[in-house]
Design a protein around this ligand. Structure first.
Ligand code: CAA
Length: 247
């Protein structure tokens, strides 16, 4: 649908970029939301333009902060129009064994990866319901489904993402607004390649497909969930993990 507007958080990271590209290919107007601290906007826009992806609206804000989300979505709507599709994609890791995890590492991950869903979704969900159409896509993780040693904070937040998805899906089910989650396995992005080499090798050895996911394999799932034909799917979690875990 050519005039739909999609906002993607963490747009300029590995997964966010693939989601943005999928949405441009689908004909949406794409709003690329990014954290001002990770401002590689000009470089990203150039890379995207070189690859044939243009006409983004870029908005900066902190998804961990409610007022910042309010301002960011208002700016996005002024530039692109009402948000029809929201992808809550931005996230961080602060991996530590629980015995060594500090309170700030717990708080940062819970706030950025889970409270952010409240902060961002609150800006758009009621208006989607009023218009009678909307798509909310939340990026969870295989580690929110199965748990991962070294990630009590991340696993808790990403499991929370699935709970949020199931609850809001029920609230919006009669309003034309679907709410779904994607639980990716290990994707070839900076977040994953930052894992210590020997640990990452052991992780990949444990994946039945013996490889990381390509970001575009996740972008394709977002593309489907955002489409009209996905209108009967809500409250679901897509597990895309190379066979690492079946839930
Ligand atoms: N299960 C249980 N115990 C484990 C373990 C596991 N999987 N892995 C390590 N341990 C134990 C070790 O045996 C060792 O025990 P002893 O102290 O008794 O010998 C102990 O944990 C090592 O603890 P340290 O705190 O010293 O560990 P470290 O500094 O070497 O590394 C870590 C800790 C940073 C968490 C590291 O283990 C790690 O990076 N693990 C990978 C975590 C992971 O998968 N992160 C995913 C990031 S990507 C992502 O999150 C995207 C997504 O959605 C999938």
């Amino acid at each position: 649908m050519a005039n739909r507007v999609a906002l993607v958080t963490g747009a300029m990271g590995g997964l966010g970029t693939a989601i943005c590209q999928a949405f441009v290919q689908d004909g949406y107007k794409v709003v690329a939301a990014y954290h001002p601290q990770y401002d590689n906007k000009e470089e990203w826009l150039k890379e995207m333009a070189d690859a044939g992806f243009k006409d983004f609206v870029c908005v900066a804000g902190d998804i961990a902060d409610f007022a910042s989300c309010q301002a960011m979505v208002a700016e996005a709507e002024a530039a692109a129009g009402p948000i029809d599709i929201l992808v809550n994609n931005a996230g961080i890791t602060r991996d530590k064994m629980f015995a060594k995890m500090e309170k700030d590492q717990w708080d940062a991950v819970i706030t950025t990866n889970l409270t952010s869903l409240f902060n961002m979704t609150k800006q758009v969900s009621a208006k989607m319901a009023e218009r009678g159409w909307g798509r909310i896509i939340n990026i969870s993780s295989v580690n929110g489904v199965k748990g991962q040693a070294g990630q009590t904070n991340y696993s808790a937040a990403k499991a929370g993402v699935i709970g949020f998805t199931k609850a809001l899906a029920q609230e919006l089910a009669t309003k034309g607004v679907t709410v779904n989650a994607i639980a990716p396995g290990y994707v070839a992005t900076k977040m994953v390649t930052a894992i210590r080499e020997d640990i990452l090798k052991a992780i990949v050895d444990g994946i039945p497909m013996k490889r990381l996911a390509k970001p575009e394999e996740l972008g394709a799932a977002c593309s489907y969930l955002a489409s009209d034909l996905a209108g009967y799917m809500t409250g679901a979690t897509f597990n895309i993990n190379g066979g690492l875990h079946f839930s």
